[in-house]
Design a protein. Structure first.
Length: 236
């Protein structure tokens, strides 16, 4: 009887010892051959390089000579800031008279700068996008610059709103038609060497006559929709 009991204890001790040897140390993360293989085969995401370049109608042409002269001389020389190359600057809106309008450029994927020139004055600012955001369809909505450049007594002063949509193509427009008093939506797309695209969607409305706060803008196919005046730091 005693011999059988001792044999049973030996079997149990062997089982416990085997389990203990197979278990990893408490501070060691669990390993998996499948996970290790996946991690080793996954290439790290390459860093975003800039600057972005404008595409299509957003590209500066010979007809924009006066606009280039205006933002170069009136804005950067006086501020001591390096003027970006014209190949890096996108025209968001061309206005009359010649030499007025809105231009933008992106030195990196998280920053954009704008210059807005009117007969009554000009404005130059840079803005930051959220560093962490959805890779496709991210929407940054904001009333950037200028919000009425020039004298407040100007009878036809227009307020400009700029929205940026990331990695989502298509034509953008108000749903249900352009609201009363607002201008049609215009867009300009910039592209980084990595293929990342940033589409600037701009629209204006006269001072003291705003468009409805629930006005919505969508692209073709409605894969991206957003409220024109709804700030969004995390994307839609």
């Amino acid at each position: 009887m005693k011999r059988g009991f001792l044999a049973m204890v030996g079997v149990l001790l062997s089982a416990v010892t085997g389990c203990t040897e197979a278990s990893p140390p408490p501070d060691s993360p669990p390993t998996s051959s499948a996970t290790a293989s996946s991690a080793s085969s996954r290439s790290p995401e390459p860093p975003e390089t800039g600057p972005a370049t404008p595409l299509g109608a957003a590209t500066i042409t010979a007809k924009d000579r006066k606009l280039v002269e205006a933002y170069s001389s009136e804005t950067f020389v006086s501020a001591g800031v390096t003027v970006p190359a014209t190949s890096e600057v996108a025209v968001l809106r061309r206005r009359r008279p010649s030499g007025t309008g809105d231009v933008s450029w992106m030195p990196d994927a998280n920053t954009y700068c704008m210059v807005s020139i009117r007969e009554e004055g000009w404005d130059h600012r840079c803005f930051d996008l959220a560093a962490k955001r959805k890779p496709h369809g991210y929407v940054h909505v904001g009333t950037s610059t200028p919000h009425g450049v020039g004298s407040s007594s100007h009878p036809h002063r227009m307020w400009l709103t700029v929205t940026i949509v990331e990695n989502a193509s298509g034509r953008y427009a108000y749903t249900g038609g352009t609201p009363e008093h607002a201008t049609p939506v215009q867009q300009a797309t910039m592209k980084f060497p990595s293929g990342r695209t940033m589409t600037f969607v701009t629209y204006e409305f006269p001072e003291r006559r705003p468009i409805p706060m629930d006005a919505q803008i969508c692209n073709t196919g409605r894969s991206v929709c957003f409220k024109a005046f709804e700030p969004s730091t995390n994307g839609e």
